[in-house]
Design a protein around this ligand. Structure first.
Ligand code: GLU
Length: 451
């Protein structure tokens, strides 16, 4: 009998089960944490530029509200499905607890290849998404933000549609907005900067001295910023990769030159790293093998990029997960058995949402914080969280920061749930929203939300 394929959500359930037994979790709380508090499923049909119609599956999941309104990104990707959105929402509950913001975890997504759509089609899709989820969100209920393949443009369309629907300004509803629409200073590089602080704390813990060599897997936004910030701090970027392959330079890349080669002035990636000329003369396979020996290995690409085989070869002192779920479960076991430390995704990449919470506060107060205030807000917690997790690891004799992170977060969430009580109320709801159609004439099908 072939085992059923493990879904993304199974990964979360396995981590939860482990922490439930370590914490001796109340069975009712354990049961509740296994399901999301709310899952909204729908379909958006848009009129394409050529007059035809196309439909897309859309989701928004609110994992748990005990610590505050849910918060988390919106992913546009062909891999988006119910299980993935539920998994990512649950992991946001962990992340938001670890970075100590008063939020539960949420996540949304649309199963779409947005690059196959024109700008106008993308805009209609975003407006349709808001028409589906608007009744279930709110600045004090649930806040969507950017995630894979979404950014300022999507947030601007979300905001505009939502404000038209409710008939008032609501800058606190979405984060990751363009600055002129109430975005926060420092949001752009917050994820990478947060990972830099976490890395610096790990460098101290492991007593690594002097400049470190760094390999970055994936040279998108987070990987690029991380390379910039770490090279500014005197570390040596010896390897970077993208879909085109892996490149390596023993002496370390000149960051500014590499960045200028791969990115245009608007920050769009225009060239493949494999075409970069100033590198050591190696095949991609040779370069990859050497990258696994860098002091710090920073996966910043996609899920499950580090498998068991790779995990057996990595001799880095630590891995800092800028991507979501870059290690398979098997790889994770191997790494911890081999003593390779991992700064887990839900902490390492928590800088983005930490600044999202600052953006939300600015939105609620209609204020703009100076960059310094945002930076302090980010740095203080990213450093402190490392020590909180280290303490929990020590206290429960856990073998990794990943286990420590989950145990820390579940303990906090469970405490919030215990204070609230109300376990006689039903928990866990799935809502199927009828198809929403967005026409070129935006007014057709538009409706005003009763507030
Ligand atoms: N999508 C990012 C994350 O996974 C940011 C979420 C947010 O800013 O709410 O952490």
């Amino acid at each position: 009998m072939s085992a059923a394929k493990r879904t993304a959500y199974d990964k979360y359930l396995a981590l939860l089960e482990k922490s439930a037994s370590i914490l001796n979790l109340d069975p009712v709380i354990y049961q509740r944490l296994q399901i999301p508090e709310l899952l909204v499923r729908g379909e958006v049909t848009i009129e394409m530029d050529d007059g035809s119609f196309k439909s897309f599956k859309v989701f928004r999941c609110q994992h748990n509200h005990a610590r505050g309104p849910t918060q988390g990104g919106t992913r546009f990707d062909l891999a988006v499905c119910e299980s993935e959105v539920k998994f990512l929402a649950a992991m946001m509950s962990m992340k938001n607890t670890i970075v100590d913001i008063r939020h539960g975890g949420g996540k949304g997504g649309i199963c779409v290849d947005k690059f196959a759509l024109s700008m106008k089609e993308r805009e209609r899709l975003c407006r349709g998404y808001i028409r589906v989820i608007a009744p279930y969100i709110g600045p004090r209920v649930d806040g969507p933000a950017p995630d894979v393949n979404t950014g300022g443009a999507e947030m601007a369309w979300f905001l505009d549609e939502y404000e038209r629907m409710i008939g008032e300004h609501a800058p606190a509803q979405f984060t990751g907005k363009p600055l002129v629409l109430g975005g926060s200073l420092g949001r752009g590089d917050a994820t990478a900067l947060g990972a830099v602080y976490a890395s610096e704390e790990m460098i101290k813990k492991l007593q690594m001295r002097g400049p470190q060599t760094i390999a970055i897997q994936g040279f998108g936004n987070a990987g690029d910023f991380y390379a910039k910030l770490m090279s500014e701090r005197g570390h040596k970027i010896v390897s970077v990769s993208d879909r085109s392959g892996v490149i390596y330079k023993k002496a370390g890349f000149e960051y500014a030159d590499l960045h200028a080669f791969c990115y245009d002035t608007k920050g769009t990636k225009v060239r493949k790293v494999s075409d970069y000329p100033h590198k050591d003369n190696l095949t991609s396979e040779e370069a990859e093998l050497l990258s696994l020996k860098a002091d710090i290995f920073a996966p910043a690409a996609f899920e499950d990029k580090i498998d068991a085989e790779m995990a057996r070869k990595i001799t880095s002192k630590f891995i800092v997960e800028l991507a979501n779920g870059p290690c398979t479960e098997e790889a994770d076991e191997i790494l911890s058995a081999r003593g390779v430390e991992v700064i887990p995704d839900f902490y390492a990449s928590g800088g983005g949402v930490r600044v999202s919470s600052a953006e939300k506060v600015q939105g609620l107060e209609n204020q703009k914080w100076p960059a310094k205030r945002v930076a302090e807000w980010l740095e203080s917690r990213m450093r402190e969280a490392f020590h909180d997790l280290d303490k929990v690891r020590e206290q429960y004799k856990l073998k990794s920061f990943r286990e420590a992170g989950i145990v820390y977060a579940v303990r906090e969430i469970a405490e919030a749930m215990t204070w609230r009580g109300g376990f006689e109320y039903p928990y866990g709801k799935t809502i199927d929203v009828p198809t929403v159609t967005v026409y070129k004439d935006l007014n057709r099908g538009f409706y005003k939300l009763e507030q």
